[in-house]
Unconditional design. Structure first.
Length: 296
């Protein structure tokens, strides 16, 4: 098979929400024969005008191509859509948002039905899909053979990052990054709340805040190195004892400004527990272990 023939290989897409439609348009723009299906047929009409083949049923859509991409509302929707459909010999790529456990269960489910399986975690919003230079990419995990066979096709809407044979790893990477993002959003919200009632323009404060967050990002690598080595005193500049002592000023300032401390106290409480355990000369990395311990 020539490279050109491979690049133009056909595929099926189930689900035409905002993300599914963006994926469909990217594959159509690249010249791929595309069969689409959506529970509400109205969303398929614009894609039909762009060259997609619209299947009347999910079973008909699955039968049309070896590569079947699913982008539905949730894992229950995937189950509802695919139950009873012949998947033998199919390469099933699930881009539906799921948990690691759901992805692993779906991989087993697919194998039992004779299909290879790949789970995906999309690190983008729909406008980024198919847009060069947008930074969009997708985590993939599961069948390495499936990923290698279809990598060129999967890379058209967004970049690809294969993270392992464990089908749950794509969802785990996805949720881990999103969790860090929401933690950052919490800090940003607290920072803006502190200045909200003062004569400080949010637009003037924003560049300072953004630059500060960027300056703090190398701490991610320091934390990773300490976790890998098991030495939480490695390279410590501001130790846990100093940070806990300084946290009193953060809480007092919030009180003075009439700002709730509910976004700060959960993390600060973990640091206080570490200090009480006599780990004042360490960094804050021990909080990772406290969180993991609570989860077991």
């Amino acid at each position: 098979m020539t490279d050109n023939a491979f690049e133009k290989s056909p595929l099926t897409l189930l689900g035409l929400g905002a993300m599914g439609t963006a994926l469909a348009r990217a594959w159509l723009a690249a010249g791929h024969p595309l069969t689409v299906w959506n529970r509400g047929p109205g969303r398929a009409e614009p894609l039909a005008a762009a060259g997609a083949t619209v299947a009347g049923t999910a079973a008909e859509a699955v039968a049309a191509s070896r590569l079947v991409v699913v982008c539905l509302l949730d894992d229950a929707s995937v189950d509802e859509t695919l139950t009873g459909i012949d998947l033998a010999g199919k390469d099933l790529v699930d881009l539906t948002t799921s948990t690691p456990a759901q992805a692993r269960a779906r991989a087993t489910w697919a194998r039992e039905r004779g299909a290879r399986f790949l789970d995906g975690g999309i690190m983008a919003v729909p406008p980024m899909i198919g847009t060069p230079g947008s930074g969009a990419y997708v985590f993939y995990s599961g069948s390495r053979a499936l990923f290698d066979a279809h990598r060129a096709v999967l890379a058209i809407p967004a970049g690809t990052s294969y993270v392992g044979e464990d089908a749950g790893f794509a969802a785990l990477h996805d949720v881990a990054l999103l969790s860090a993002m929401y933690g950052m959003f919490a800090g940003v919200a607290h920072a803006f709340a502190l200045i909200r009632k003062e004569k400080i323009e949010p637009t003037a404060f924003a560049p300072l805040l953004a630059d500060w967050l960027v300056a703090m990002t190398p701490s991610v690598h320091a934390t990773a190195a300490q976790l890998a080595e098991g030495d939480y005193t490695q390279g410590v500049v501001s130790n846990l004892a100093m940070q806990v002592a300084g946290s009193a000023t953060l809480l007092r300032t919030a009180e003075e400004q009439g700002v709730s401390n509910e976004l700060l106290t959960p993390y600060l409480s973990l640091l206080e527990r570490l200090l009480a355990d006599g780990r004042g000369n360490e960094s804050t990395t021990g909080a990772v272990d406290l969180l993991a311990l609570r989860a077991t």
